[in-house]
Design a binder for this molecule. Structure first.
Ligand SMILES: *Cc1c(COP(=O)(O)O)cnc(C)c1O
Length: 385
């Protein structure tokens, strides 16, 4: 691929292989892994990521919406299952049913429309019934379930009861323990209701990355793993709990993503001069600065003005002045022989040093999830070993 862009992302195949092997070993036997690839595969690039995951044996992908489902459908092999966990509109149902796309249903209108569509085109709609267990987002209330189950039962040749599911409201934080426990009890009641309706769902599933680790019993038939497959624990708490429980001191995951650019110019600044727009950075001594062609338009948050750190020639250097739309300036006074064209690492490793997304995002007060998914879709993603 020819790169015309001012920076690019490298996605490590071996890191993904490593993480998925770790997760397969860690997750219970017989529990299916659904790879969550919403948000452009957490910024890694959906079209790049899906075939890599398939190469590692993944055959189930979860997304938020129909547009993402279409992208996975086009990027994946015939054997993979695609599941929409969020929004599909009635107008998109025909396409989804026609192509065996599975989808969450959380209100009756959609279920009825799915049934009508399936009948009309003579195919079966594979639905996952989402239960409202206490997050108070989407999901059928408990008292709606009898009507839902009746509809499923009466129309089993057009509606496949593929799953019963819910989502926890913050499984990564122990502060939410009681709330999550209550959600689990509600979900178990819903499971009983399925039985007493004389039905059974093919798969019961509740767990995201954090829940799969903290509440292993709730891995059930399938876990929906997002952030963790990309090499990030959902937060420090889950990492520390894992390390303590396993009596190890090394993070078992590897990051897939490295963000690279190159120095576009180097110059000297005299004591007393300001760098960049306005007066946000005053040179206290004679400086050498390097200009990097990456700014907030490329996903380098403006909050990193006078705060961000990047790697050049194996050394950490600081952003000086404000982050511009397309450029940053960094202080390279202490770095020997910096030249135009030298590699700059914005996220990831260079030599022995690493800029982790989390330290980067702590600066910018964004969590990993947000920073990753805001990496622009048009940055080239290159697969590396
Ligand atoms: C995003 C999402 C997940 C995955 O969450 P991670 O914390 O990234 O593992 C699982 N389930 C649902 C419903 C989601 O929306």
């Amino acid at each position: 691929m020819k790169i015309y862009h001012t920076s690019h992302l490298e996605i490590s195949k071996s890191a993904l292989e490593h993480n998925l092997q770790f997760l397969k070993d860690y997750i219970g036997k017989g529990v299916q892994i659904s790879s969550v690839v919403k948000g452009n595969a957490y910024g890694h690039g959906l079209e790049v990521f899906v075939p890599l995951a398939e190469h590692c044996g993944i055959d189930h992908f979860s997304v938020f919406s129909a547009d993402e489902a279409l992208r996975v459908h086009n990027a994946s092999s015939e054997n993979s299952t695609v599941m929409i966990m969020g929004l599909i509109n009635n107008e998109q149902l025909e396409w989804a049913i026609e192509n065996n796309i599975e989808f969450y249903v959380f209100e009756l209108d959609r279920l009825e429309k799915a049934l009508q569509t399936a009948q009309r085109i003579g195919k079966i709609a594979k639905v996952h019934i989402e239960v409202e267990t206490g997050m108070n987002r989407t999901g059928f209330a408990m008292n709606q379930l009898p009507a839902v189950f009746q509809l499923l039962k009466n129309n089993s040749s057009y509606l496949c009861f593929k799953g019963l599911c819910t989502h926890f409201a913050g499984a990564e934080s122990i502060a939410n323990y009681y709330r999550i426990k209550k959600q689990q009890q509600v979900f178990q009641k819903a499971m009983k209701k399925v039985n007493s309706a004389g039905l059974s769902a093919e798969q019961y599933h509740t767990a995201c990355s954090a829940a799969a680790f903290r509440y292993p019993k709730f891995q059930m038939d399938m876990v929906r793993l997002g952030i963790i497959q990309y090499g990030f624990f959902p937060n420090k708490e889950i990492l520390i709990e894992y390390l303590t429980k396993k009596k190890v001191n090394k993070n078992p995951l590897q990051r897939l993503l490295t963000w690279k650019s190159r120095v576009m110019d180097v110059k000297k600044v005299k004591t007393g001069e300001f760098v960049g727009y306005g007066t946000s950075y005053l040179a206290n001594s004679d400086l050498k600065i390097a200009i990097i062609p990456v700014g907030y338009a490329h996903g380098f948050s403006r909050n990193l003005s006078n705060q961000g750190i990047v790697l050049i020639n194996g050394q950490r250097v600081s952003v000086v002045g404000t982050v511009n739309m397309n450029m940053i300036t960094v202080d390279v006074t202490q770095v020997n022989s910096v030249e135009k064209g030298n590699e700059v690492v914005l996220i990831g490793k260079q030599g022995d040093l690493e800029i982790s997304v989390s330290s980067f995002s702590e600066f910018s007060e964004q969590v990993n999830y947000e920073l990753l998914t805001r990496l622009p879709e048009n940055l080239p993603r290159l697969v590396v070993d």
